[in-house]
Design a protein. Structure first.
Length: 522
């Protein structure tokens, strides 16, 4: 049958039928709060009620097991491999996230695409490594323009095309506006999340320590009074200081409060779920926890045995529970695909005071190419399709999500789309183990590359320069080269014994493969 779309507004209602992007159509009756409506069409109310009644009478729901009614991606900020109870933490208690693992699949060899924030988020959403862009090191500055190309497919734009309402609530950190830098005083501040597939956005622009300290909803600063402007600048003595020293020279009077941010964003997420529960939706929830500074809400202060850091993680667990409860309350618990993971490894080194190890026994931390920088928690729950209570050692990367969604919907990945994404759908559903000899590329904040193939990991040890994006990545190297480091992760998961000298042919082969990946891509 043909898809029909009907819109109306009745002080709160929106009736609409959608195509779900599968090999068949279905009719859905949806009610959406006006706040989440971007482009309603004016149709007389009496006609809309008549159409809705007529079409809903013949509506045929798609089998629940074919496609998820909701896709929820919870993306923690600087959460380490050892920060959750289900990953071995003993000083921090995370019962709601643990419940995801108990009713889903917990991955032990999952990786963020980079060891630091912005690059991981770019790759997560686009299926393309960020080092293929102009950002070769570190993260985007607070005033950076939008880094995702508006014509590039993202998780959000793909699901939107397939009939899902799409929303981001939380930390963005992928730039806003046009070059050369963000104009905070134009409305809407664009391009931004709404221009790369998100129908609704309620965000903080960067990390919880980045100016400006405002929420931005659909490109507009929340609670800005008439005449209020935002201007970022360096302190008077800060000429030549790095961009992270930027301060708010001017800002609005009603800024966000750091201690309230996490719960505020979780409440926004719950509101989004409640408003879209009668239609397929995608919620991307990049939480601010537990990124520094450590600002847990008073409700959680002193609740863990790992200081303020543990308290902040336990607040994240509570926020996750709020989202899970909203799904359950709306009848979506069994047919929602929920993915929980982190943008990179933990930023807190082993604490002598509390005994907590954010990255468990792994070497390194956030920003580093060692496992502690990018091996992260990764949990999938989808009761309608995925196994429950399983632990998987399949090697996967967050960059794989876009190709895997294409596979779920039976759609081939178009040329030039998601060039670094690998279809790991079978592993995500625990239908089979993903091949151990797959290739993964790891990238540190300082530009150092590593390549993973099977049990072997080679760290190249050659930092990349800050720019020259017009040259092949392989040529963007400083001399002299550092000695490569080779580890067998099956025998040496802590990366303590460099065996590069014992396997020169393997080193040469892995370097050749690394260069091929860097040179062949778009």
């Amino acid at each position: 049958m043909n898809t029909i779309v009907i819109f109306t507004s009745d002080n709160g209602g929106l009736f609409r039928t959608v195509h779900d992007g599968s090999r068949r159509s279905r009719l859905l009756l949806m009610v959406i709060a006006p706040r989440f409506m971007i482009h309603p069409l004016a149709i007389p109310m009496h006609l809309c009620i008549l159409y809705a009644l007529l079409f809903s009478a013949s509506a045929v729901a798609a089998p629940a097991s074919d496609f998820p009614r909701a896709v929820v991606l919870i993306y923690a900020d600087d959460l380490g491999y050892g920060d959750l109870s289900c990953y071995g933490a003993t000083r921090i208690h995370t019962p709601r996230i643990d419940s995801l693992a108990a009713h889903g699949i917990r991955f032990t060899d999952a990786h963020s695409p980079a060891a630091v924030c912005s690059p991981s988020r770019y790759a997560l959403l686009t299926g393309r490594y960020c080092w293929r862009t102009s950002l070769k090191r570190r993260v985007l500055a607070p005033q950076a323009p939008l880094h995702i190309e508006t014509g590039r497919e993202t998780l959000a734009s793909f699901l939107k095309k397939n009939g899902y309402a799409t929303g981001i609530i939380g930390k963005w950190h992928l730039g806003l506006g046009r070059p050369p830098e963000t104009d905070w005083n134009t409305e809407p501040i664009a391009p931004g999340p709404n221009d790369v597939g998100f129908g609704f956005s309620h965000i903080i622009s960067g990390s919880n320590n980045f100016p400006p300290s405002v929420y931005i909803e659909n490109g507009r600063v929340v609670d800005r009074n008439d005449g209020e402007t935002i201007e970022l600048d360096f302190p008077p003595t800060g000429k030549g200081t790095p961009w992270w020293k930027l301060v708010e020279k001017r800002t609005i009077s009603k800024k966000w409060v750091a201690e309230d941010m996490g719960l505020h964003l979780a409440r926004e997420a719950v509101e989004f779920i409640d408003a879209h529960a009668r239609q397929p939706f995608f919620l991307y929830f990049p939480a601010p926890n537990p990124h520094l500074p450590l600002t847990p809400n008073k409700k959680f202060q002193g609740t863990s045995k790992a200081g303020a850091y543990g308290d902040f993680v336990q607040e994240l667990d509570f926020m996750t529970g709020m989202i899970l409860d909203a799904l359950a309350r709306n009848g979506l618990a069994d047919d929602a695909l929920v993915i929980f993971t982190s943008d990179n490894g933990g930023n807190i080194h082993p604490s002598k005071r509390t005994g907590h190890r954010a990255n468990g026994s792994l070497r390194g931390s956030k920003g580093e190419v060692y496992e502690g920088g990018h091996r992260v928690p990764f949990i999938v729950r989808w009761p309608a399709r995925a196994a429950a209570g399983k632990v998987s050692d399949s090697p996967i990367s967050q960059v794989d999500l876009l190709a895997s969604l294409h596979a779920l919907f039976g759609e081939p990945v178009p040329p030039g789309t998601a060039p670094d994404s690998v279809n790991v759908l079978a592993a995500l559903l625990d239908e089979e183990t993903h091949p151990k000899d797959r290739i993964m590329i790891h990238h540190a904040s300082n530009g150092v590359f590593a390549i993973r193939r099977g049990d072997w990991k080679l760290i190249e040890g050659i930092p990349a320069p800050d720019n020259r994006p017009d040259r092949p990545v392989r040529l963007q190297r400083k001399r002299p080269a550092a000695n490569p480091q080779l580890f067998n992760l099956a025998k040496d998961p802590k990366e303590m014994v460099n065996v590069a000298k014992d396997h020169p042919e393997l080193v040469a082969d892995l370097l050749k493969q690394l260069n091929a990946v860097r040179d062949n891509g778009s």
